[in-house]
Design a protein around this ligand. Structure first.
Ligand code: GDP
Ligand code: MG
Length: 314
């Protein structure tokens, strides 16, 4: 792609906040729109913790998408920070992309978000996500249900499937048309504003959430200790560099450490293998991954620990 936007007066750029209840598919949609895995997803609610900026650059516009943690009732300090972060994101952007799970009726959580957006008079585009799960002869009904639910606002509705990809091109067109005129803000090759270490840590955390499911709730964090590039000695493959990643998985209780390690280390091995495969895709090269597990009681309620892990007080 060539970029002549410096001289292109019609080029657009801006910020888009993704808002929606936990689990509606925000992170999946970010990955789908950007075309690379920048946000981790899982069937478990509240997977996303940090505000992640994903960058989508087309020949017409650059859209910086802020994936917010889902809005929910906070139960502890980390929860509180997540909600504050989601709410404060909204005020700073050019457009809000509001996501609903179209396979479910609108609920009280959706109502809370809609009322909050209505008060702020923002530009809003609505995506009816998980449209693939809506059966064919119910589609009109579901569309109308959400239209009525929104009431007298002029927000356009777009059915979308972050998983299948349907409706995503229309969504990108609609978003880019709403961006203000301006040059691109990040170099076109960038897909995320997060340092690679953050993405690496998230890939490990994702595997922990996937494989331990109910046993380990959200008391897990990952710290990357070291990333090193090791040139390969073998002459035949010396064009390849191996990346060594050393990371620590933090849990809150000793019993959780046992679960993460598993019988004879089996669980940690599964987590490590899964994370390594994802890392290799991200890095585009081979990865050696070493994982440690450490108990840090109540890390979620400790401001210093939260800051160290990058959950800033915003
Ligand atoms: P978030 O909490 O809003 O960021 O939601 P995630 O992106 O983590 O997705 C939550 C779950 O919904 C995951 O299991 C996704 O695979 C699934 N999901 C997301 N988008 C779609 C979709 O369009 N269709 C279907 N069938 N599932 C989806
Ligand atoms: Mg998410």
């Amino acid at each position: 792609m060539t970029f002549s936007q410096e001289t292109d007066k019609d080029y657009r750029s801006g910020f888009v906040a993704l808002i929606g209840r936990p689990n509606v598919g925000k992170s999946t949609l970010v990955n789908r729109l950007v075309g690379e895995k920048v946000a981790i997803t899982s069937p478990i609610a509240q997977t996303t913790r940090n505000r992640l900026r994903a960058i989508l650059t087309t020949s017409h516009a650059q859209m910086i998408i802020v994936d917010t943690p889902g809005i929910h009732k906070p139960h502890h300090l980390l929860g509180e920070r997540l909600v504050n972060s989601a709410c404060s994101t909204i005020g700073e952007v050019d457009l809000v992309l509001l996501l609903f799970d179209a396979s479910n009726e609108p609920g009280r959580g959706d109502e809370f978000i809609v009322n909050m957006l209505k008060k702020q008079q923002l530009n809003v585009i609505v995506a009816l996500n998980k449209w693939d799960l809506v059966i064919e002869n119910k589609k009109n009904h579901v569309f109308d249900t959400y239209k009525n639910f929104l009431g007298d606002v002029s927000w356009p509705l777009y059915p979308s499937s972050a998983i299948v990809g349907d409706g995503c091109i229309e969504l990108i067109d609609a978003i880019s048309a709403m961006m203000p005129k301006g040059p691109y803000l990040y170099p076109p090759g960038f897909v995320s504003d997060q340092p690679e270490n953050f993405l690496l840590a998230e890939l490990i955390r994702e595997q922990v959430l996937i494989h331990t499911r109910e046993e380990i709730p959200h008391s897990v964090a990952v710290q990357i200790e070291r990333v090193e590039e090791i040139p390969k000695k073998d002459k035949k493959i010396d064009s390849q560099i191996k990346t060594a990643v050393l990371a620590t998985i933090l849990v809150e209780r000793k019993s959780q450490k046992g679960i993460v390690i598993g019988k004879g280390g089996a669980m940690l091995k599964t987590i490590g293998t899964g994370a390594r495969m994802q890392m290799q895709k991200l890095i585009n090269g081979s990865v050696y991954l070493e994982l440690f597990v450490k108990v840090v009681p109540n890390w979620r309620s400790k401001p210093a620990k939260l800051a160290e892990l990058g959950y800033e007080d915003i």
